[in-house]
Write a protein that binds this ligand. Structure first.
Ligand code: PHE
Length: 338
């Protein structure tokens, strides 16, 4: 009993104390062993009583030793670290790099910022009104098939879907205020397409909207011309081809002189000297009215481009899938920014 108390109260200050504990109680000639030796010579009656308390004592001592050891092993390691050679060169660490799509998105935002455009964002899960109907896609209109849509469910008879373009953010913006509006809408969009080098089920867009009094097609052309020259260099040429979108009238697609061959003709532009980079047009008065804006007073232009396409041109990337595969060999080639 005396030993049990002593063991339980034992406090070690150092590794040496732990060792002293071991020598006192646990070695062959230690206190506990000695008791076991003495135990051999007592009478059988006493043995029954003493045997149990002896075993208990042995266990208590062993357990206490384990606890003490754990307490001081970390102390041991600390001492070992002190002995490390601090003059050796340290181990370097790897710094990640910006994703190319983030780099290009940032560049696009910076350019439009200089023209006074702010940045607007909206939800990726949209209802039919914001993605289609308000944008002048009547129900059952074949133009809805222009964008293969991932429908999620119906709510009160209306479709809920992953947005197919960030034009939905334009609708939200116009519904929530009055002109002037001057903003760009970067974001991820989804289309139900088979994944290949040239198409993916999601990609990123920057759309833009400018609505005010007396906004003209000339404003649209000059804005986009400035943008392209800032992004691709001053010798970049542009051309507009007539096109169709339900939400703009007139509509156009804009090509730039091929960034690789500078318009001379190469594999990228298939010998034409031109590559398409965006769709644009004057906001259809129906869209303005749908969003509560007086179309007799205001007019506007809108445009939309895919960030992947711009990035492909800037960095000569030929396979879209590289953007979402997280291959470090690809990603580490881009600028590092802390
Ligand atoms: N929303 C169109 C698309 O995703 C792009 C666009 C935006 C075209 C604005 C014209 C005007 O294809």
């Amino acid at each position: 009993a005396e030993y049990t108390q002593e063991i339980n109260q034992f406090v070690a200050q150092s590794h040496e104390d732990v060792e002293a504990f071991r020598l006192k109680y646990l070695v062959t000639k230690g206190a506990v062993r000695n008791l076991f030796e003495a135990f051999k010579s007592v009478s059988p009656d006493q043995k029954r009583v003493l045997g149990k308390s002896l075993n208990d004592l042995k266990q208590t001592a062993e357990q206490k030793y384990k606890i003490l050891q754990a307490q001081f092993s970390s102390g041991m390691e600390a001492r070992k670290r002190d002995e490390d050679d601090l003059t050796l060169p340290g181990e370097g660490f790897v710094v990640g790099s910006r994703h190319p799509l983030s780099l290009v998105r940032k560049e696009i935002v910076e350019i439009f910022k200089k023209l006074g455009f702010s940045v607007a964002e909206g939800p990726e899960i949209e209802d039919d009104w914001h993605n289609f109907t308000a944008l002048n896609f009547p129900p059952e209109h074949p133009a809805r098939d222009m964008q293969d849509t991932f429908f999620i469910k119906k709510q009160d008879g209306n479709d809920i879907a992953l947005r197919t373009h960030t034009s939905s953010v334009q609708v939200r913006m116009m519904e929530n205020g009055q002109p002037p509006f001057r903003a760009i809408m970067p974001g991820r969009v989804y289309r139900n397409e088979a994944i290949s080098a040239r198409a993916h089920c999601f990609f990123h867009q920057v759309e833009g909207l400018y609505v005010d009094e007396d906004v003209s097609f000339a404003d649209l052309k000059q804005t986009l011309y400035y943008f392209v020259q800032e992004l691709f260099g001053e010798d970049t040429k542009v051309r507009f081809r007539p096109s169709y979108f339900p939400f703009t009238e007139p509509s156009a697609e804009m090509d730039i002189s091929c960034t690789i061959c500078k318009g001379k003709g190469c594999a990228l532009c298939k010998g034409t000297g031109w590559v398409e980079i965006l769709g644009c047009g004057m906001v259809d008065p129906n869209v303005l009215e749908n969003c509560g804006i007086d179309a007799s007073k205001y007019s506007g232009f809108a445009f939309g481009m895919g960030i992947e396409r711009i990035t492909n041109l800037k960095y000569e990337i030929k396979d879209l899938r590289l953007f979402s595969e997280n291959d470090v060999r690809f990603l580490s080639q881009f600028e590092t920014e802390l």
